[in-house]
Design a binder for this molecule. Structure first.
Ligand code: CA
Length: 219
């Protein structure tokens, strides 16, 4: 497994990375919550401490959950029931108290990653909305039977929106997916590309703006 280990304590963090690596896993250590938020892609699971130097782990978890469903196991010294319940309700897939027993931690990681794989459905390849046809495999969009030329970013926007037609997609999700970072100032770029895309599609109402949240394709 590829694992992100978010842990500010060097003793705990180094021991964890060493133990996980010794068992054939690729573990990358991060010291701050912000480090995870700017590089959270490509991991099978995240091991998240709650007492972090820059923010509470629960806050980091909430922000992560806006953009990434990656399995998260909280690993913390906080053993009171209230913290455990808050962690699980806050989007953690599992919760362990320090110090961890490595075999148990791995068994729990395997469980949460297995569930995550089972929940992933293969995406639809052809989406038809009115007279707008999106072929995700060929990366082609046709409006009224005629192909339209989109820039790479515009197509990525379409791709992100049509994955679940009718469902709201937040600006954070779009910025994270297309620019690789939901937490820097790419807001303006999103507006520019969205305006360009809408103009080329020329189908008012196809992409609905949801004020204060994001966008929705169709319906
Ligand atoms: Ca800590």
């Amino acid at each position: 497994m590829r694992l992100a280990v978010v842990e500010d304590d060097d003793g705990v963090g180094d021991a964890l990375v060493e133990a996980l690596s010794a068992r054939g896993h690729e573990a990358r250590r991060m010291r701050r919550g912000a480090d995870l938020l700017i590089a959270h892609r490509g991991y099978d699971a995240v091991i998240l401490d709650l007492g972090l130097p820059d923010a509470d782990g629960l806050h980091i978890l909430r922000q992560l959950r806006e953009v990434n469903p990656v399995p998260v196991v909280i690993l913390t010294a906080r053993s009171d029931e209230r913290s455990i319940v808050r962690g699980l309700r806050g989007g953690a897939d599992d919760y362990m108290i320090k110090p961890p027993r490595i075999a148990e931690l791995l068994a729990r990681l395997e469980n949460v990653t297995r569930r995550a794989v089972a929940a992933t459905e293969p995406p639809q390849q052809l989406v038809l909305t009115g007279d707008v046809r999106v072929d995700l495999t060929a990366r082609r969009v046709e409006v009224g039977g005629a192909p339209i030329m989109l820039t790479a970013k515009e197509f990525e926007l379409v791709e992100a929106l049509v994955e679940r037609p009718g469902a709201a997609v937040s600006r954070q999700q779009l910025m994270d997916r297309i620019w690789g970072d939901a937490f820097v100032a790419v807001s303006r770029s999103l507006d520019v590309h969205m305006a360009g895309l809408r103009q080329k599609l020329n189908r008012p109402g196809l992409i609905t703006t949801i004020r204060g949240y994001g966008y929705r394709w169709g319906e």
